[in-house]
Design a protein around this ligand. Sequence first.
Ligand code: SF4
Length: 334
Amino acid sequence: MSKSNLQTAQNKLLDWYEIHGRKELPWRNTSDIYHVYVSEIMLQQTQVKRVMEEYYFQFLEKFPSFFALAQAPLEEVFGMWSGLGYYRRAKNLHESAKLCPYGLPQDFQSLQKLPGIGRYTASAICSFGYHQKVSVVDTNIARVLARFFGYEEASEKLLWQCADLFLNTDHPRLHNLALMDLGSLVCTPKNPSCTVSQSGEVPLGREACPLADACKGFDEPAKYYKTKSMQYEDKQLHYGVYVQNGKIAMKVSTEGMYKDMLELPSIEPQEDEEKYLGFFKHSVTKYRLEIHLYMLRERDEAFEWLCLKSLEHAPVSSMTKKALEIVLKNMHRF
Ligand code: SF4
C-alpha cells in the first residue's frame, strides 16, 4: 500500500474518530496513569458498559491510588472485583501495585516485567497513559488491520508490523483509540457496517467506514477474519454447605481461576436426598457447569467462616454468589 494511501487513510480515520469516537469514556479523559492502568485491566474480557457502570468508579473510590491498592488486603481487592470474573486480573493488579506503590515505569520493557502486563497492556499504557509513539494491537484492532491490509491468516507478529506501518506518528494516541473504536463499532466480527444495508435497501458500503477506499478486505471482509466458535466443555461440580450461627463454612481456593478466593467446600456427589439443596447452571470461559449443593455435617479445620450478612463485598466469584443465593433460600433447613 502506498505511503500516500496510508496517510489519506490515517487522516480519514482521525476525522471519523472526531465525530464517532467514544471520547467521553472516563479513562480517555484522565492523565492519571493509575486510572488508565485499572481500566485496561478491567477491560480485558469485560465489556465497556459493565466496567463503567459497575466497577471502574467504585474501585477507584475504594482504592484511589497505587499506594492505597498496595496497602489493601487481597480479600478486599477481590471483594471489589466480585462478579467481574477472571480474578487473576485483580491479583496481578494488586501485586503490581505492591511492586510499584508510587507509579508505573514509563518504558515498554519494564512494564512487561510486571504481573499480568503483556505486550498489549504495556503498549496501551504507553500509548493511552504516557502518550508515547507506540502502536497498539487488541482483538478489535487486529481484525481491522487484517482486513485493511488483506491478510487471511495473519500471525500476531505480522499484525504488530502492520500496526507499526499504519501508526500515525503525529497523533499516535488518537490513532490507536480510533482504530479500537472502528473495530468495535464499524468493522465488527460479523456483518461489518461496510457490508450492511441501511433499512434493508441501500448498502452503506464505503460511506460506513473511513478506511473503505483503501481497504483490501472491503469486498469480502469475512475472508480476512474468521469467527472461531467456542468449544464448550460440560462439567458437574458438587459443593457442601455448612451453616452455623449465621456463618457459612468456606475454603480458600488453592488453584484454578478462583485461586485465593473463598468458595464452598468441594465434595463428592451425595446420594442422600434429604441433604440435597438444589442446583444451578453457570457458564465461565469454555465451561458449562452444573453445580449441585448439599448440606454438610462434618466440620473441617480448614474452614473459613463467612458472615452471611456481609456477602456483598466478600472475595467470592459470581458462581459462589449464585450458590449462596440458594443457601439463603434454604436457611430454614439448617
Ligand atoms: S471497509 Fe469494511 S472491512 Fe474494511 S476496515 Fe472498513 S469496515 Fe472493515
